[in-house]
Design a protein around this ligand. Sequence first.
Ligand code: CU
Length: 310
Amino acid sequence: MFPAAASTAAPQVDALYVYLVLLSVVMTTLIFIAIGFFAYKYRRRSPDDPMPRAIHGSIPIELTWSVIPFLFMLVMFAWGTKLYFENYTPPRNTLDIYVVGKQWMWKVQYPDGQREINELHVPTGRPVKLTLASEDVIHSFYIPAFRLKHDVVPGSYQTYWFQATEPGRYHLFCAEYCGTNHSRMIGWVDVMDPVSYQNWLAGGATGATMSQLGEKLFEKYGCVTCHVTNHNGPPLNNVFGHPVQLADGRTVLADEPFLRESILNPNAKVVKGYKPNVMPVYQGQIDEEGLLQLIVYIKSLSQTNPQAIP
Ligand SMILES: [Cu+2]
């Protein structure tokens, strides 16, 4: 009845699901039994039966049948909320993997420089944080064995974390209709034990890490001129993961979405002490993969590199 369960969240999601199904079955059965019972008991036996006397309700009975089911239903809410927050709050020390959805493929980048299309390699026993971006339309990143499904919305980052438990090969889907070849936007997740994973990583290295690729882009797009050479822009060391004071008096956390916006649309949040309209608008010039590389590079300039919680 259920797909394979290969992540720490899977049994928890399944348990909640079983609760939903059982509760629905129990409630539906009770309601139908009551309908049948009363229809039979109070049926009209002959055409000259007198019409029954009208009654005006009973507060205790009505409270009982409202409050008790309400409490059982409320469990769904509380339980679902708990799981939701657990699944959206990554622990520290995650292994970060970057995924870009694009008509019609999933492009995966690893910090060490490996890149894949429609394949995701992860180790068991270690929390993995995915940062998901879309190059074009809304996709949905779906790994049934992890009970993970998340919309990937263009113009923003979505994050999600999981910890794989069972080595194996599992399906990866796009679960949001995204155009002609949507049904081919599928792939595989390879869950490996930690040793095989290290071997796989060592075998697939391309030479340049994501942060080195990001550093190249940092030079190519002239970022280095203002942010390092002539100090027209703020230094980017120790920006990631720290609070940033803005010119309008607000303070925001420099997480991945903030860096993304600072590059694409610098005037949206201007850093205190600097002028707007100095930094060029890079919207439309750097693709999602390049942006992620730049961000990984800027992250690497932060010594502490604390987890940014979206
Ligand atoms: Cu898609």
